[in-house]
Design a protein around this ligand. Structure first.
Ligand SMILES: Cc1cc2nc3c(=O)[nH]c(=O)nc-3n(C[C@H](O)[C@H](O)[C@H](O)COP(=O)(O)OP(=O)(O)OC[C@H]3O[C@@H](n4cnc5c(N)ncnc54)[C@H](O)[C@@H]3O)c2cc1C
Length: 499
């Protein structure tokens, strides 16, 4: 194994680089270091924890309530991982590059190169150290909120449920005073309960699906008893704060002058078709939409890893039982292999850390790995049940009007997407992108990609397949970078001599 951890070079790579310090990446990095590997852990965040354990800046502890008193679940699991991370750093086996984003990964024979830049844009690392070299890579880049367009969704005051949650968790800031939480799935309950506990009036929580869908998969629901208890806790919060939960109901329009002031709620059938005459209006200044999550796959697709479509329609990395991807140097853990929740992500991280160690010849305990695999299988069974119980309704596109923006960056409407398919004969999402420009703006399709691919598939009579979603995910450069960083890709460029 490598003798020296920092800085890595092409000829002296780390044993493993882990991208992402959320539940999955943090677990993978700690376990790999505990097996004696030299590890580099890279995360865009300034502190570890990812989305699930997002918490206030620890340098200002006195300014915020303690995370354990503000609805952070499994907080002791996190502090245990954080202590183990600190021990691995102190032992010299792990280098934690915080506040750095990986904008590109390349394979070079038996090693990978990860190009990184500072998220602040002001990079104090010498240029030679901005590339991390490693013999193995674990991708644990997590997921972001999946969004569906609806008339009025671009008004200020309309937010992704995860964003609303992140503001509460990281800054203890309430995004509004009177909220409607809408979409589908158990995450809505977590967000609504957090808002209610923080003093926001949650007028209604509306789920597009019926809770009875869980009855179709009772055994899957029972795979994660902890989740059931979490649900019971949310029910208690809803009762205490008089938060009504309505199923088979959607927000069919958001209205307001300059910002959201009211939403139209409509009852829907099992396919998501609005029941005529069922619409009503409620006043709100905050809308939190949660339609599930989209795995963050830019690095995986950039490396050409094999992907597949998961039960919830997301593009995920295809891995084997050891979480190894189609490139034998690359492993993946957490939401990038399928949306399944934080605790399943931890189990995946632990398995990936052990599997990399075994792959590099370190002694590993077969029974512990088998335990992680069993834990993982339980998590996956639950996740499949959750996705089947909470699908995005098939007829969601019927809520759109021709003027509804599909791509908010480039302000491309539903009518323009339809014109590209019907009038210009664009026959896949990529064609529609280059003709009508949806997904060509700042977010590069991260927000509109899911909706766009569905609309195009409906228009062309095709299916959303992995190739269609890959075409919306494929980016040579994963995040915005400076021209100087780009120039560093050119061998022997004078900029590389800088320190
Ligand atoms: C906004 C949001 C809020 C959520 N809140 C909850 C919640 O309250 N409860 C719940 O049960 N689930 C929540 N989830 C679901 C949650 O993502 C997972 O259950 C869990 O956090 C997944 O763990 P993970 O390690 O796979 O990914 P994450 O926790 O998402 O961690 C991924 C990490 O990778 C880093 N990263 C990504 N790309 C790069 C890159 N190119 N370079 C460097 N670093 C990178 C990110 O900074 C992040 O820290 C939330 C999801 C989102 C998107």
């Amino acid at each position: 194994m490598a003798e020296n951890i920092a800085p890595t070079t092409e000829t002296a790579p780390a044993d493993v680089a882990v991208v992402g310090a959320g539940p999955a990446g943090l677990s993978a990095a700690v376990v790999a270091a505990e097996h004696g590997l030299q590890v580099v852990l890279i995360d865009a965040g300034h502190q570890t924890g990812g989305q699930y354990w997002r918490h206030p800046d620890e340098r200002h502890r006195d300014s915020f309530a303690a995370p354990e008193s503000t609805g952070h679940h499994h907080w002791r699991h996190y502090t245990d991982l954080r202590d183990r991370l600190a021990a691995a750093v102190a032992s010299g086996r792990l280098r934690h590059l915080a506040g750095r984003q990986v904008w590109r990964t390349d394979g070079y024979g038996d090693r990978v190169a990860l190009r990184t830049s500072a998220v602040t844009g002001v990079d104090t690392l010498p240029r030679a150290e901005r590339t991390t070299w490693a013999r193995r890579l674990v991708i644990a880049t997590g997921a972001y909120d999946r969004q569906l367009p609806v008339p009025g969704w671009t008004l200020p005051g309309v937010m992704a449920a995860g964003g609303v949650q992140a503001m509460l968790k990281a800054n203890q800031v309430r995004a509004g005073r009177r909220a409607v939480v809408a979409g589908t799935g158990p995450f809505l309950l977590s967000v609504a309960a957090g808002l209610a506990e923080a003093g926001v009036e949650v007028v209604e929580v509306v789920d597009a699906n019926a809770l009875t869908r869980w009855a179709a998969t009772p055994l899957r629901a029972l795979q994660e008893p902890g989740k059931l208890w979490e649900g019971v806790g949310y029910a208690g919060t809803f009762l205490r704060h008089r938060v009504p939960l309505r199923t088979r109901t959607v927000i069919s329009a958001v209205r307001g002058s300059g910002r959201v002031s009211e939403v139209e709620l409509s009852r829907v059938d099992g396919e998501g078709r609005i029941r005529p005459g069922s619409s009503r209006t409620v006043a709100a200044d905050l809308v939190a939409f949660g339609w599930g999550f989209t795995p963050q796959l830019e690095l995986a697709v950039g490396l050409g890893l094999r992907t597949r479509i998961d039960v919830d329609g997301s593009l995920v990395i295809d891995v084997d039982d050891d979480l190894r991807a189609s490139d034998p140097l690359v492993f993946a853990a957490g939401e990038v292999t399928g949306i399944g929740g934080a605790i399943a992500s931890c189990a995946e991280g632990e398995l990936a850390g052990s599997a990399v160690a075994r792959d590099l010849g370190a002694p590993t305990d077969a029974r512990t790995m088998a335990r992680h695999r069993r834990r993982l299988q339980r998590g996956r069974r639950f996740a499949i049940g959750m996705h089947r119980a909470s699908p995005v309704p098939a007829a969601w596109d019927q809520w759109l009007t021709p003027e509804t923006h599909i791509c908010r960056c480039e302000e491309v409407t539903a009518a323009e997407v339809t014109d590209a398919v019907d009038g210009l004969r664009a026959d896949d999402a990529r064609d529609v992108r280059v003709t009508a420009r949806p997904g060509m703006g700042l977010c590069q399709g991260r927000v509109c990609g899911f909706a766009l691919s569905k609309l195009v598939a409906t228009g062309t009579g095709g299916d959303v397949d992995a190739a269609a979603l890959e075409s919306l995910t494929n980016r040579q450069v994963g995040v915005p970078v400076s021209l100087g960083d780009l120039a560093s890709l050119v061998p022997h460029h004078p900029n590389q001599e800088e320190s």
